[in-house]
Design a protein around this ligand. Structure first.
Ligand code: FAD
Length: 337
């Protein structure tokens, strides 16, 4: 494959990441974004699906916007392995030559994308938060935070194809389902053998989660260093439970060991867009704002009236969380009675 023969590459591909036969939510976001890009360039939006008998997912991908689904069905793809998935995606790209590949910046996506880019000798922009098409030459403009979030860098891949990027979950709008939509299925044949895969998945142990994942929550009650110690999260959890929400955190609290890293909101954590984000004792550093400023309604509780979090807040309460939050809890309990 001559990856500099730019004109021979056509179409936008979305890597349809699935785990145990369920699509990861970012795939629907990528299909939504991919559709916009594909319409701008006037090409097809396609999904690339690999797995072991995951045919059930094909109609879903089509209804969420894919004109074509490239499907590799192989029992060796039952669980994700770097070697197995990298081989089938690489071979499919060499055969069908997409000009753009969008991959979710999940654990799997972050593992797979750089390997494909390196095998195909093309560029990769990791962790994009915005994608556009250059009006003049149709190139993909890939924007991501850089230099500690102090500026946004727009990166292009001018000389080789495909143009590849990983995209942060929770940033792009989800595609809208159209149950009447039809599309084509391309059965991709790749010669994959056990010898190609150097790792063996013995078991998958799911961590028991007693809290809703950040990206699934409509309401997030988030704690910063203003909560003073790990116990502060118990108070915030009480509020989150009453509201049917979940707990978020600033990086400083994660670094302090007060809460698990999976709860971190921000540039190096998760990007969230809940209906309501309640920031408790969070100063509002730019890296934190990068992960939550597009929330529907932002409520900030902080003792410092000049804290930058108030610049993005719809409702600001200047006060101590240990006075304000218990009152909120009581009011909500009274309301529920
Ligand atoms: P602080 O900045 O210490 O703020 C504590 C706030 O609590 C203050 O505003 C204070 O007025 C208030 N307060 C104190 N007592 C009370 C009280 N009793 N009641 C109410 N309010 C009170 N940070 C992130 O969050 N997410 C990221 O993803 C992230 N990525 C980063 C990436 C890089 C490369 C770098 C350099 C930094 C990153 N950071 C990130 C760190 C970020 O710069 C800040 O240091 C961090 O967000 C600060 O956390 P904080 O607001 O909890 O703490």
């Amino acid at each position: 494959m001559d990856n500099r023969d730019i004109k021979s590459f056509k179409g936008v591909w979305v890597f349809a990441e699935q785990r145990q036969g369920v699509l990861t939510p970012v795939v629907i976001e990528l299909l939504g974004e991919g559709k916009k890009l594909a319409s701008k360039i006037g090409v097809e939006l396609c999904a690339f699906l690999a797995g072991d008998n995951v045919d059930d997912l094909i109609p879903e991908l089509i209804q969420y916007g894919a004109d074509k689904v490239y499907y590799v069905n192989n029992k060796l793809l039952h669980n994700y392995t770097t070697d197995g998935y990298a081989k089938v995606l690489e071979k499919a790209v060499e055969e069908y030559k997409p000009e753009i590949i969008l991959i979710g910046a999940t654990h799997i996506g972050r593992d797979l994308a750089p390997r494909i880019a390196s095998k195909l000798n093309t560029g990769l922009t990791a962790d994009c938060t915005k994608l556009e098409i250059d009006e003049e030459d149709g190139k993909l403009l890939q924007t991501r935070p850089a230099f500690g979030g102090n500026l946004m860098a727009t990166i292009i891949c001018p000389e080789t194809r495909p143009q590849m990027c990983t995209v942060r979950p929770g940033v792009m709008d989800k595609a809208i389902k159209d149950t009447s939509k039809t599309g084509d299925i391309i059965d991709v044949k790749v010669d994959l053998s056990e010898d190609d895969i150097r790792t063996e998945v013995l078991d998958i142990i799911k961590i028991k989660k007693d809290m809703i994942p950040l990206t699934d929550a409509d309401i997030i009650v988030s704690g910063g260093m203003g909560i003073k110690n790990a116990d502060g999260f118990k108070l915030l959890k009480e509020l989150a439970d009453i509201l049917g929400g979940t707990i978020g955190a600033s990086r400083a609290t994660v670094d302090a060991g007060w809460i698990d890293r999976s709860r971190q909101v921000g540039q190096t954590g998760t990007t969230v867009r809940p209906k309501v984000y309640i920031a408790c004792g969070i100063s509002g550093a730019i890296q934190h704002l990068a992960g939550m400023q597009d929330s529907g309604i932002i409520v900030a509780i902080n003792t410092n009236p000049n804290a930058p979090i108030f610049d993005v807040a719809d409702y600001g309460i200047v006060g101590d969380i240990y006075e304000v939050v218990p009152q909120l809890i009581e009011l909500l309990k009274d309301g529920a009675r």
